[in-house]
Design a protein around this ligand. Structure first.
Ligand code: HEC
Ligand code: HEC
Length: 190
């Protein structure tokens, strides 16, 4: 039987090898620890929302967009303009704004070790700070095959901003193709 320490060093060694081989084939410029270990497997989507206050305050009118879908500079803009939020008043007490902003900035796409966050970031120029996920080049490219009939004229969708209408696992941070069900049209086949 192997000693505990030799098993531990085997585990460490294979983890290091795994990390090296996937980093060598990774398209990302700066692969982080998580994405090197689980490249495209354990962390393929975006981080799920774990903050109850965020879910309550930012999930009451629409899908609670995960912070990993936009860079910190975008969230700063969203959070400093809540009194005129896409034509609605979404103002919150200053204390709540502070707590939610802290949470969002910590989990924004520029700090996230998730595949979709990285793709969104690399589609933006360094100074781009879009207010909408649906205006990022990555999003536009991924959704360019959708028709009016599937979105605007679809009474169960209406807006491409309603992520959860088509992405059945969106709340968990997963947007995989195999989980897409467009109301009235069914599963998505490319
Ligand atoms: C009073 C209702 C309301 C509340 C509360 C609210 N929003 Fe919104 N939000 C809207 C509306 C309306 C839109 C535009 C939706 C559309 O175009 O279909 C929107 C759109 C957005 C978008 C852009 C979605 C896209 O198209 O990519 C983001 C990001 C967003 N909200 C973030 C937040 C955050 C963060 C909070 C919490 C601080 C919040 N919202 C709270 C009403 C609200
Ligand atoms: C009308 C249905 C619909 C809505 C609403 C929608 N999507 Fe999508 N989404 C799709 C389809 C269809 C694809 C393309 C799948 C493919 O061919 O790769 C897609 C692709 C994606 C992908 C890439 C997935 C992959 O594996 O390549 C992401 C990420 C994504 N959507 C996020 C979002 C987010 C975030 C929202 C809301 C702001 C949203 N989607 C709203 C239908 C929708």
């Amino acid at each position: 039987m192997k000693s505990k320490s030799s098993v531990a060093s085997m585990v460490l060694l294979s983890a290091a090898l795994l990390g090296m081989s996937s980093a060598a084939f990774s398209a990302d410029n700066k692969p982080g620890f998580l994405s090197r270990m689980f490249d495209g497997e354990k962390a393929p989507g975006v981080a799920p929302v774990k903050n109850p206050q965020y879910l309550e305050e930012c999930g009451s009118c629409h899908f609670p967009y995960q912070p990993g879908l936009l860079p910190a500079r975008s969230w700063k803009k969203v959070m400093s303009g809540l009194e005129d939020h896409f034509g609605e008043n979404a103002e919150l007490p200053p204390e709540d704004v502070k707590n939610i902003t802290d949470y969002m900035l910590k989990n924004a796409a520029d700090h996230a070790d998730y595949k979709r966050s990285k793709r969104i970031m690399s589609s933006l120029r360094a100074d781009d700070a879009p207010l909408r996920i649906s205006e990022t080049p990555y999003f536009i490219e991924k959704h360019n095959e959708l028709s009016r009939a599937m979105v605007q004229d679809n009474p169960k969708v209406r807006s491409v901003s309603r992520c959860g209408a088509c992405h059945t696992m969106a709340e968990t941070g997963s947007f995989s193709e195999s989980e897409i069900q467009i109301p009235g049209f069914g599963a998505w086949e490319d």
